[in-house]
Design a protein around this ligand. Structure first.
Ligand SMILES: Cc1ncc(COP(=O)(O)O)c(C=O)c1O
Length: 389
């Protein structure tokens, strides 16, 4: 992980085969020190004492911070367990992390392949890349369609499962094809979280994510990260963070680390309820286009089951009309009408309201929280019954 640059000592090694819950609660903890807290508090510092030649690990607050160090180690232990050559860098947001990879790796004249059904800020990124003379090609996530436009590309950007359509592509297959022609591969791992999918083990060069979602899980922190194992590429990502300055505040970094301790509990609860909700929704005649990669008959399930260990907390489906969808959202009592996903409080939105996704007017993206499953499913069924035309 990042120890060569931090000087911080690891806590005791975990037993071989430790489970995800054990690894999450211990992730990134330092060596116990008498009278010190288990997880040291946030270090608020713009600069550090630095007599003489400026040597690390801590010089200036835009470059390094001890609170980031522990968080980066924690994320690295979950994204790339046992991969000592992997490095993690944290950012102010998921978009800062995404931009750091794209803008540090691509040059004028390069070609990059993006999904055409990924997070809705990607078209803005596309437009920016094009102003720099970078050729941007797009293809859908499903059916591994990005393979068809890969020829000669410098970087392949994958988002699986895709947001909001929940399509899945075969990361191993795409990564092999990309590497065979010298392209780097980045996977947006936001929806799966590192407990659901480990892109580096599937062959990717970078796992990139918004930590704003299920990783931190309380809807109160914006954060992003990049985990990568190509030292040269990661040095460029680090340099980009320094020049763009898109760094997390110490408080956000600490809150994120504190939240990771409950990641396995939250993910298992939320994902199990997401499956229960999807199963309940499939019985409803007004629901079409139901997607959840954990449903055995979902079009994504076969590939998802080969590369994911958990299927996420987002369920998507379509109601017949925009008005029907709005009535449904109004009728929910336990679910907030809000964007984003992954939080312990369920959120839902009519995704078409943003105008950026190619989805029907009645398309609903539902993020399942940590409520009691029976309560949540009952609330949804009651709201559906009450919102029929
Ligand atoms: C898949 C995905 N990637 C990246 C982002 C961007 O993350 P952030 O909002 O933390 O910048 C989002 C945000 O919704 C997302 O859903």
């Amino acid at each position: 992980m990042n120890d060569s640059t931090t000087g911080a000592d690891h806590g005791p090694a975990l037993p071989d085969g430790a489970g995800d819950g054990t690894r999450a609660v211990r992730a990134g903890l330092p060596e116990p020190v008498k009278h010190e807290p288990t997880l040291p508090g946030p270090v608020f510092a713009a600069h550090f004492h630095l007599p003489g030649d400026p040597t690390g690990p801590y010089t200036y607050g835009r470059d390094e911070n001890p609170t980031w160090t522990l968080l980066e180690r924690a994320i690295g232990e979950l994204e790339a367990p046992g991969q000592d050559d992997a490095e993690t860098l944290v950012f102010a947001s998921g978009m800062a992390a995404i931009s750091s990879v794209l803008f540090s790796q691509l040059r004028a004249g390069d070609a990059v392949v993006l999904p055409n059904d990924g997070y809705q800020a990607l078209p803005l990124v596309r437009a920016q890349l094009e102003t720099y003379g970078i050729e941007v090609r797009t293809a859908p996530t499903g059916g591994d369609a990005q393979l068809d436009v890969l020829d000669g590309a410098r970087l392949l950007w994958i988002e699986t499962p895709s947001n909001p359509g929940l399509d899945v592509c075969d990361v191993r297959r795409l990564a092999e094809a990309a590497h065979a022609q010298g392209a780097l591969v980045a996977v947006d791992n936001t929806l799966a979280t590192p407990l659901g999918q480990r892109p580096l083990e599937l062959g990717a060069d970078f796992a990139v994510a918004s930590g704003t979602k299920q990783l931190t899980g309380h809807g109160d922190v914006l954060l992003g990260y990049v985990t990568g194992r190509n030292a040269e590429a990661m040095a460029a990502v680090r340099r980009w963070r320094k020049i763009a300055g898109a760094i997390p505040g110490p408080m956000e970094a600490w809150l994120a680390h504190r939240s990771i301790a409950t990641l396995q509990l939250r993910v298992d609860r939320q994902n199990a309820t997401a499956l229960a909700l999807a199963q309940a929704l499939r019985e409803r005649p007004e629901v079409t286009g139901l997607r959840y990669p954990g449903l055995p008959d979902d079009p994504s399930h076969k590939i998802a089951s080969q590369q994911m260990r958990r299927y996420g907390c987002v369920v998507s489906f379509t109601l017949p009309t925009r008005a029907h969808a709005d009535r449904f959202l109004d009728a929910l009592r336990l679910v907030d009408d809000a964007t984003s996903f992954g939080g312990v409080r369920s959120t839902v939105e009519r995704r078409g309201r943003w105008g950026g996704d190619a989805v029907p007017e009645g398309f609903i993206r539902f993020s399942v929280g940590a409520e009691d499953p029976e309560d949540l499913v009952a609330d949804v069924l009651r709201a559906l019954a009450g919102s029929a035309a």
